[in-house]
Design a protein around this ligand. Structure first.
Ligand code: NAP
Length: 264
């Protein structure tokens, strides 16, 4: 299927590895010009080199996307589209796990800033231009924790639920929906990335088990019998950005291999 995206411009946050990289790669394969962002310049440059093997423009911005300065660096990158992106994939690292009794106001502000307010700022900066041009796609990478909260991820549960509520309203505003601008959330279940490996390491240490045992137990709980990978996540993201997906907006899509047990 031709997704109809050749020549469009995408911004992908947290794209030097993992799910963000998967999205950037899937879009670049469709001929989309992509601005990729991450803080660590070295890994980001390696990702850009890989993506440049595809026949499209890749610009790399080494910045913290959760800061005003980081976002200014994105809007002003040489050769980029300014704020005139056709596609924005919002993504940054997830908040740390812990016990809510130990979190102070600053911990909450940091989580809300990264996982709620940053996507909202990116949406605010780009959607009206998208509406004026008659095409726009926002995909927010959130978490399955929005549907099935995980106790130790209270910061993520809370901040991402705030974003989800905002998106549910914003996506349905007529100015956006009637001008072919969609806003959807992609809720990863368990995907085999460095982030998942880090959570396995914490679990292994806490439970005194080997990493292999932790992985095996978790994989066995997933009806698909395996973790997801960044390529298949990226492919779903690219479809949500496609011309074919213009009638999907305000939705929460849950790729999790069947792990979530509910009907809705
Ligand atoms: P990952 O493999 O650790 O990759 C995270 C990416 O984001 C890296 O490129 C990282 O590079 C970048 N990043 C982190 N903080 C950033 C910031 N402030 N500004 C710019 N870039 C930043 O993680 P992942 O598994 O792809 O996860 C992506 C998102 O999905 C996270 O929010 C995670 O919580 C969520 N999620 C993942 C899973 C899963 O199973 N993998 C499940 C549920 C939710 P730098 O560190 O160099 O900046």
């Amino acid at each position: 299927m031709d997704l109809g995206l050749k020549g469009k411009w995408a911004l992908v946050g947290g794209a030097s590895k993992g799910l963000g990289f998967g999205c950037a790669q899937a879009l670049a394969r469709e001929g989309v010009h992509v601005v990729i962002v991450a803080r660590g310049a070295e890994t980001l440059e390696a990702a850009a080199t890989e993506l440049r093997k595809l026949d499209t423009t890749i610009l790399a911005v080494a910045a913290d996307i959760t800061t005003v300065a980081g976002r200014e660096a994105i809007w002003s990158v040489a050769g980029g589209p300014g704020k005139n992106f056709d596609i924005v994939v919002t993504n940054a690292g997830g908040p740390p796990p812990g016990d809510f009794r130990n979190w102070e106001r600053d911990d909450w502000i940091k989580a809300v800033d990264a996982n709620m307010l940053t996507p909202i700022e990116l949406i605010k900066a780009t959607v009206d231009g998208m509406a004026a041009r008659g095409f726009g796609r926002i995909v927010n990478i959130t978490s399955s924790a929005v549907k099935a909260p995980i106790d130790i991820l209270g910061l993520s549960n809370g901040a991402r639920s705030g974003l989800t509520g905002f998106v549910a309203g914003a996506a349905r505003t007529q100015k956006l929906a009637s001008n072919n601008v969609t806003i959807n959330n992609l809720l990863p279940g368990k995907f085999d990335t460095d982030r998942l490996a880090a959570t396995h390491k914490v679990a292994a240490e806490k439970m005194g088990q080997s990493l292999a045992d932790i992985r095996a137990v978790q994989e066995a709980q997933i009806p698909a019998g395996r973790f997801g990978n960044s390529q298949e996540f990226g492919a779903i993201c690219a479809f949500l950005c496609s011309v074919q997906a213009s009638y999907i907006t305000g939705q929460n899509i849950l790729p999790d291999g069947g792990l979530y047990p509910g009907t809705y």
